[in-house]
Design a protein around this ligand. Sequence first.
Ligand code: SAM
Length: 257
Amino acid sequence: MRVYFIGAGPGAADLITLRGARILNNTLMVLYAGSLVPPDILIHCHNNAQLINTASLSLPQQLEYFKQAKAENIDVARLHSGDPAIYGAISEQIKQLQEFNIDFEIIPGVSSFTAAAASINCELTKPNVSQSIILTRISGRASKIKESESLENLAKHQATMCIFLSGSQLPIIITTLLKSYASDTPIALVYKVSTNEEKKHISTLENILSEINIADWVLTTMLLVGDVLRSDLNFASCLYSINYSHKYRNAKGRSHE
Ligand SMILES: C[S@@+](CC[C@H](N)C(=O)[O-])C[C@H]1O[C@@H](n2cnc3c(N)ncnc32)[C@H](O)[C@@H]1O
């Protein structure tokens, strides 16, 4: 018997991995966070699977299901939105599984930040623009952020930023970012990416608040910020340059570097 933590992806039923879908199809007990995992993804589940929405369950209540599955010797699929390693709250579940000697495995998924980047046709790392991505959130009731990781401190890097779980605090986020980023730095809001409710808005830090209704972006919104979102940048990586040689390609008239 094993518990599979499966990344469900950002929402579209075909953005789960083949491995995740195969396990869902073979598992008779499925726990999913109904507040975030869209119902579409459940089409991969076995017809006879018991589907348990964990939205209203405490950790001990979830553990009871894991223990029941162990007693019945059946595998469990525990679905998490996006990739389970990012704000998935899987650590506390894993700790409990270990205490009860229950085997587990993590199946990665497509995170909402890469799905949002795809939706706005953007590479998040561009040569000479930003080669670093900061995945962060601002403090919430359930999880406080250390001062060293405050948005204000992280913004000083002026790297590409992907901000999770923070749609309800857009005004304070924008004010904080403007302390380090230029006022014309692009920002994209992407709501429920890859679902049929997806919507997106791209603007600049100085203008965005006057262009949107904040209430529309409170839940399930990804914020992408940084110069990599600029459409007017002139840059190129060495990798595909005709003058750049590497192990698999010789540049015209140049020896291998
Ligand atoms: C608890 S976190 C889970 C993140 C998830 N593990 C991931 O890798 O995307 C929930 C936050 O992820 C972001 N998110 C998750 N799914 C999303 C989607 N389909 N569209 C936009 N943002 C999403 C939102 O910022 C949301 O508040």
